[in-house]
Design a protein around this ligand. Structure first.
Ligand SMILES: C[S@@+](CC[C@H](N)C(=O)[O-])C[C@H]1O[C@@H](n2cnc3c(N)ncnc32)[C@H](O)[C@@H]1O
Length: 226
């Protein structure tokens, strides 16, 4: 069982997080590009995005900007105002139209509104004790038949991989109990920027590729709302 997760995202976005190894890392998930799994989900014929899209825990917004560039209507929310500031600036620089909002994933200001949800790397940041409530909140803000696309660090990643490793069983149990039917669950990767010394500090046996990016084993989950 993972230790209680309590990540200070505001401090990470403000660059003031005082954790050895992590401060030097900057924003480890900020690859200044959409995640490859999101690009695949949004590609022609993939059929994983439709209608009103919610990008939950959108971070610096590159996934949301990509989805907007593919013609989807995207609302992107994050609990950290620093993330939304960065995301809005990035979207403006690219002329992308995305509705960015600061909001807490457990108290979203919507009801039965979205046809698609993207959770790219939020679920594994949540403490296991609150994941059921989170999955239920996503159910509440989506319409019947909505699609959920979720990418999170898997338990096939090396022990110690931050912020937590999630098992297939846990994902299946949590999402199913909240009214989501999993239609696909496959191995994928989360691309991150984590310096070698930070990896060493966490004791994690992962190597960066030639491009300096670490590709962390992840689950790509597709689910439908009843
Ligand atoms: C690992 S980052 C991933 C960011 C982005 N989705 C990406 O792929 O680059 C997780 C994000 O979830 C946000 N977050 C964490 N807990 C949240 C909550 N309760 N409500 C809204 N956002 C939250 C964090 O601020 C952070 O931006």
């Amino acid at each position: 069982v993972d230790a209680k997760l309590d990540i200070d995202f505001d401090a990470i976005y403000q660059g003031t997080l005082d954790v050895p190894g992590v401060a030097a890392t900057g924003i480890p998930w900020d690859i200044a590009a959409p995640q490859p799994a999101v690009v695949e989900w949004a590609a022609d014929g993939a059929g994983r995005f439709a209608g009103a899209v919610l990008d939950i825990g959108c971070g610096t917004g590159d996934n949301a900007v990509h989805l907007a560039s593919r013609g989807f209507a995207v609302t992107a929310v994050d609990g950290a105002s620093g993330a939304i500031d960065l995301a809005r600036a990035r979207a403006a620089a690219q002329g992308a139209s995305v509705a960015f909002e600061v909001a807490d994933a457990f108290h979203l200001p919507y009801a039965e509104r979205f046809d698609t949800v993207l959770d790219c790397a939020l679920y594994h940041c949540l403490d296991p004790s609150v994941r059921a409530a989170y999955a239920a909140e996503l159910h509440r803000v989506t319409r019947p038949g909505a699609r959920l696309n979720l990418l999170g660090v898997s338990d096939r990643a090396p022990e110690g991989t931050p912020p937590s490793r999630v098992s297939e069983r846990e994902l299946r149990d949590t999402l199913t109990a909240a009214g989501w039917t999993i239609t696909a669950l496959r191995e994928h990767r989360l691309t991150a920027v984590i310096p070698a010394d930070a990896l060493a500090l966490f004791g994690v046996d992962l190597q960066a590729g030639a491009d300096g990016r670490v590709r962390v084993p992840a689950w790509a989950v597709e689910a439908d709302r009843a």
